[in-house]
Design a protein around this ligand. Sequence first.
Ligand SMILES: [Fe+2]
Length: 296
Amino acid sequence: MKTGTDDVKHGLAAAAVASPQRADWTVDQGWGSYTPDHHAVWKTLFERQTRLLPGLACDAFVDGMRRLPMSAERIPNFEELSETLHKATGWQVVAVPGLVPDDVFFEHLANRRFPSGNFIRGAHELDYLEEPDVFHDVFGHVPMLMHPLMADFIQAYGKGGLRAQGLGKLTELARVYWYTVEFGLVQQTDGLRIYGAGIASSFSESAFAIRSESPNRIAFDLERVMRTHYRIDDFQEVYFVLDHLQDLLALAKTEFAPYYQRLDSGPTYQPGEVLSTDTVRQRGTGNYHLARPRKA
Ligand SMILES: [Fe+2]
């Protein structure tokens, strides 16, 4: 999940790599270097997630997946993926060795390049992810990048990120990415659906986000979201819900400067808080997190 922690980093691994091969941190995907075991992990993840997502993922995700050269049989080749993606929305997928520095990440997004980890998690850690791997990045993010709204929104986020960095507002901006691109829900006429990659690529959180009675589900409000911390250590306590995916269009065009000014003062909110000003879609019981004390 490229947006990192609430303390904010898009590039946790930046310090771990002394000097990138290239200035933009991209590497060759090294598709030929994947072993049968790597492809087998992909297959396991792909098949169980594909079985799970009907009725949980939004129509745009399902449609994007259907149109991409992506199958259970092998880890996708980024060049093939990019060919289809570029024709649809002008985006491409580029390989990176892990998380990259914030400015590098934003620069890629601003130019319609989605940086994807080229490695895959081990067979013994299917549900544990320290850094976004190829399954999270490709299975989770790329289907939505086939949709023009998400394509424009993430590019706008990249441009906004470069500005926010200069203004010292990355923490606030990263919350927008977190609660939309990674953990966003949308209300379809046939029910609540996932569009966030962090959920769509997670076996356990996919069902939790839609079906559990525990989390709060609150109508998306930009300033509210920018004031709300998030959890990186567990399922989310709150999901912010768009009425329509089209709402991303307005969000992409929003001038953030007035928001940043207002955010200089006023409260921030804990993930489990519900405010009197919220439009609550579903008030959660909180039971899941009450039974699992937050890690120190
Ligand atoms: Fe992500």
